[in-house]
Design a protein around this ligand. Structure first.
Ligand code: 5RP
Length: 222
């Protein structure tokens, strides 16, 4: 079994009847959502899902998982999502799949957040993975130039056909090639105060439990 599937299945064990569950986005979260769908259909599991992207919404709907929007629930019991990098001090980069804004909103409204990753995502310092920043389209080239001046090595995310990538909220993404982020808090503070930045992919002090898929099985870090 693929490590991503292993952690997806393990995370599904945390989900019990009556819970409101945040459903993450990406190729690892996919296995979690599929397993929740299986349990809803085969075991009669009763949960309400809150999705973090249109992609996951379509998947969950196709599996018959009952859904509500984040604004229709009082709170989310557990959110299970993937991550692009997790540092030794439990900080993360997310948004490789472009869903960082909804992922952060859902995480912020969750009592417990679980990240599911394979061991390749565990790093000493964040930053080898390009940091996604969601920006409004209007003025995004000006913002790109500001990032450049700050030495953030920005790159507009593009689609395979060369168009500017658009998020579910119809914003652009600028990926910052930083190499190593030694002070994620300071960087987050800088980014969020730049006009036109909607959200960034630094998920700081956000996760409660990390399930890491290794060749020896799932390692639980809390
Ligand atoms: C999407 C995300 C994903 O959770 C992250 O990119 C990990 O994806 P994958 O499990 O496919 O490696 O943040 O915006």
């Amino acid at each position: 079994m693929e490590l991503k599937e292993l952690v997806g299945l393990k995370a599904a064990e945390y989900i019990k009847d009556g819970m409101t569950v945040g459903l993450g986005t990406g190729s690892t979260a996919y296995y979690f959502v599929k397993e929740i769908g299986r349990r809803v259909n085969e075991e009669g599991l009763k949960i309400t899902g809150v999705t973090t992207s249109i992609q996951t919404k379509e998947l969950a709907e196709s599996l018959g998982i009952p859904l509500k929007s984040v604004d229709e629930v009082t709170c989310i019991d557990i959110t299970v999502d993937g991550a692009d990098e997790i540092s030794e001090d439990f900080q993360g980069i997310k948004g490789g799949g472009g869903a960082l804004l909804f992922e952060k909103i859902v995480a912020d409204n969750s009592k417990k957040v679980i990240w599911i990753v394979d061991e390749s995502k565990m790093v000493k310092h964040l930053g080898a993975f390009p940091l996604p920043v969601e920006v409004v389209c209007y003025g995004s080239i000006q913002l790109f130039n500001k990032f450049n001046k700050k030495g953030y090595n920005p790159e507009f995310r593009k689609t395979a056909s060369g168009d500017y990538y658009l998020t579910d909220e119809k914003n652009n993404i600028i990926d910052l090639h930083l190499g190593e982020i030694l002070d994620p808090m300071a960087l987050a503070e800088d980014l969020i105060h730049l006009t036109g930045v909607v959200e960034h992919g630094l998920f700081l002090d956000c996760v409660d439990t990390v399930l890491v898929g290794t060749k020896d099985g799932v390692k639980v870090i809390e």
